[in-house]
Unconditional design. Structure first.
Length: 454
């Protein structure tokens, strides 16, 4: 923190360098891929590809503790009281003083979206303290929305795409003007981490679900809490709101249906295993639910009956994302087994089954229903042609840009992206930079041929 020392992690160990003299001072044994200094500089945290996180005393460089948890990235809270342990699918806060882990935040399902798009903008930042807003056309970051003091767990856009809300383990929800980068409201009232958000269709009211086992309804114009929906059996991590009725659940086999006008619980739906995804049909008459088994269920919230059960084997089988098409004729599902499907809910048959390359976090239809966008845990959004099931293009969230890549190899980015072409030949597999690939194979990149959605 005082810029006097530099920690460099590698697969053979971490070296501590004197930044002024350019000389090594200490070596910490063992392969490591990420390091983080505590704010006061007295502790260094290290991790290696999901192996045990270690903390070191920087006064004598002795190991303080090997935490009983792994992580692919680590980050300290501003006051040094908590250490965030992040993987591609979870965020766990380690309470330093109590020497114990706080509840883990799930970052795989639609309850805590890694990123999502409107027509022109995309937001990302799950697992960090900052929401990044991107221009999809150029792949360039436009705004950094700063203010949260703990990792962000959910991001949600208003239907008009002008306002974005973020939820955090700091127990707050923040509402932002995405174009201006301005904080509009800070919503406080939850007593534990907030894990899921859902806007009402009007874009003026917001629902937030929390680890305090409650859902709060907010007026985002005034910033006031309108209602608190309590007595959920577990933390609330999934939710969908059609403006009149709200459905909420979490790591239990009970899903609550609420009348948000009266604040009354009108139905408790029993599902098989833990519910992981929820979605109202466009007409508000039925609910689609996905859980830890290999099925999605279409349920009648009026009587709790299961109308249809759509199953497809897979490992792991979890249905982690659901989205109805605009008129409700079809429903898309995303799964932890690196696939996404388009179903006919009336016949129970799969129209399309596509590989997604990573566990699915969210699925979204284009306005024309010709494209299905699939967000996955590898920081990508993949765009599929719904009639053919073919991959149309991919967005990759990089540190400072979002390059878009077509299925046939063309790419579009604000500046030269750090991409490689992998060429499979009869005798070898070659990895080439875009420049080397273009030269060797007489290839000319055509950014205008990169089309995300129709």
């Amino acid at each position: 923190p005082d810029s006097k020392l530099l920690a460099v992690a590698s697969n053979v160990g971490t070296k501590i360098w004197d930044a002024n003299a350019g000389e090594p001072k200490q070596t910490l044994a063992g392969p490591m891929t990420t390091v983080a200094w505590s704010p006061d500089g007295k502790v260094l945290a290290t991790a290696y590809s999901g192996n045990a996180v270690q903390t070191w005393n920087t006064a004598d460089w002795k190991l303080i503790k090997a935490l009983p948890l792994g992580a692919s990235a680590v980050a300290w809270s501003e006051d040094g009281s908590n250490l965030s342990l992040m993987t591609s699918s979870t965020v766990t806060l380690w309470d330093v003083a109590a020497d114990k882990a706080l509840p883990t935040l799930d970052a795989t399902g639609p309850a805590s979206r890694v990123m999502w798009t409107t027509e022109k903008l995309m937001a990302s930042g799950i697992g960090t303290n900052v929401v990044s807003v991107w221009d999809i056309a150029t792949g360039k970051p436009t705004k950094k929305l700063e203010g949260h003091t703990a990792p962000i767990t959910a991001i949600a856009w208003t239907p008009n795409g002008k306002t974005v809300a973020s939820a955090s383990a700091d127990k707050t929800v923040r509402v932002w003007d995405a174009a201006k980068g301005e904080l509009l409201k800070k919503l406080e009232g939850h007593t534990a981490a907030v894990s899921v958000l859902s806007w009402a269709p009007s874009g003026k009211q917001l629902a937030s679900g929390s680890h305090d086992k409650s859902v709060r309804l907010w007026d985002t114009v005034t910033g006031k809490s309108l209602k608190t929906l309590e007595n959920h059996p577990a933390i609330v991590t999934i939710m969908d709101w059609n403006g009149k009725m709200l459905v909420a659940g979490g790591p239990s086999n009970t899903v609550f249906v609420w009348n948000t006008t009266t604040g009354q619980n009108v139905r408790k739906l029993e599902v098989s295993g833990q519910a992981q995804s929820l979605s109202w049909s466009p007409d508000g008459k039925v609910i689609a639910t996905g859980g830890v088994d290999d099925s999605l269920r279409i349920m009648n919230p009026a009587n709790g009956a299961t109308l249809f059960k759509l199953s497809l084997p897979g490992d792991p089988p979890s249905v982690t994302a659901l989205a109805w098409s605009a008129k409700g004729e079809t429903i898309a599902s995303g799964r932890a087994n690196h696939t996404a499907q388009i179903w006919n809910p009336q016949t129970g048959k799969v129209a399309r089954d596509v590989p997604t390359m990573a566990p699915v976090q969210e699925v979204l239809w284009s306005e024309t229903n010709r494209t299905l966008a699939v967000g996955t845990t590898d920081r990508c959004v993949r765009f599929f042609d719904t009639s053919s099931g073919k991959l149309r293009a991919t967005l990759i969230t990089d540190h400072d840009q979002v390059p878009a890549i077509s299925a046939d190899g063309h790419f579009r980015a604000d500046s030269e992206p750090e991409l490689v072409y992998v060429v499979q030949t009869e005798s070898s597999q070659d990895t080439l930079s875009p420049a080397d690939f273009a030269k060797k194979y007489r290839w000319k990149n055509s950014p205008k041929d990169v089309r995300l959605a129709e």
